[in-house]
Design a binder for this molecule. Sequence first.
Ligand code: GLN
Length: 544
Amino acid sequence: MSTTKYIFVTGGVSSSLGKGIIAASLAKLLQARGYRVTIQKLDPYINVDPGTLNPYEHGECYVTDDGAETDLDLGHYERFLNVPTSQANNVTTGRIYQSVIEKERRGEFLGKTVQVVPHITNEIKERIQILGNSGDYDIVITEIGGTVGDIESLPYIESVRQLKWELGEQNSLVVHLTLIPYLSAAGELKTKPTQHSVKTLMESGIQADILVCRTEHELSDDLKKKLALFCNVGKDAVIQSIDASTIYDVPNMMLDEGLDRVTLKKLGLSDEGTPKLVRWNEFLTRHKNPKGTVHVGLIGKYVELQDSYKSILEAFIHAGAENEVKVKVRSIHSEHIDENNIAETLEGLDGILVAPGFGERGIEGKIDAVRHAREHNLPFFGICLGMQMAVIEYSRNVLGLKDANSVEMNPDTAHPVIDLMEEQKHITNMGGTMRLGAWKCDLVKDTIVSEIYGEETILERHRHRYEYNNEYKEQLESAGMKTTGINPDTGLVEIVEIPTHPWFVGVQYHPEYKSTVANPHPLFVGFVKAAYEHSKKQDNLAHI
Ligand code: GLN
């Protein structure tokens, strides 16, 4: 019998209350008290994973070391805890059903009728306990996606009910995240929606143990008492979660509210002492007291939805704190860029990041942006598609290969400088078939990247189908675009630089997935530093 304790986080009243941030903040506090903690997300949709989802649907698709395409909340978990997650940390209804149906086809149910209860719920319970049974964690926090009362979350809620019963007293608890709306006409905070969502949970046989109440205004003591009485929880189990100016304040806010202590008490664990948040608070101090500002452009085509570039935006926050500067990100829609307005569009920026992406829409704008950065010594950082655009731009405008392109955009191009790998050519399924997860990369000495990483070999996470075409390597290199990182096993080019430019780096992988509060990503730190230097140079020029 494992001694792992389980915490379930459910949501009520409304979606988008920030269950992921609350789960990550609680995990942070428990980790800072010395517990080994991990967080898992259960998503009630039918996609097997979010890899096939458009970013407009669910925001960014986050990728783990083991190549799982996952919900963006896993990014928060890693950024807060600095512990890698894996496929086991994100499970969808699609994956649960796929696995149960495969078992049925193999005849594993021995002639039984396969049903939601017990077969789907058993599969869910198994998936929840995989992490606990590994022996690697003292506490597993499982976040249930969606809002209680949703038809599609019912099997998850039933699984939590069963597990709570099976695990017994003090081995599990339910944190219910809810909203206390403020009615300005009445000038009052309202508890009724919360009472109803706690009741809905009870109809499924689950009594919430702790309420975390999202609110725009302070909850009075009386209101907390009322919530406790009508929702059947202790008064110390009503936790206020007021709007924060940064998500990184939430762990301290939860600490002030005693979320970690009431959790530990209910799990029968000692609540003595306080969490050690030294490194975390150092980061916060630097984040909140910048000594300067840099302006960077984020050039992408999903810019209307901030969540599409979540990990990139967070990596800028980490790198800004490390450099003690505020990074102001200007989102620029690549579809609105052309060679006539590019100078005006990028005016006042100290660097640009050309974002990852798929498909043809907006790519010419990205290429115009790369060209401007290259020709004007503006720090340039290309990620995945951004790196591919840099290679295309160089091929077209420096090598003179006018129709150079990626075969993703033009399968008939005469110059496929970005091409499909042989292994990818026969693949027809879209889901889970890209080059995914952590791959090794050897760094070339005396380059920006070798200096920045301070290592010879790195491991970075990938998510793409197309690659730098090695047939053009010699030409590109002799024309000045150097290969500075190579996959030692496949010979694939993973990094390009232009040494005659102050800071021009394109990477085929996604460094943003590995940036955490404790370990800001060196490439983001280096890029922000270069952008800061650029801004100081501009200031000097302005004074002449
Ligand atoms: N669409 C490109 C590819 O599949 C780049 C993908 C990305 O930016 N993540 O190779």
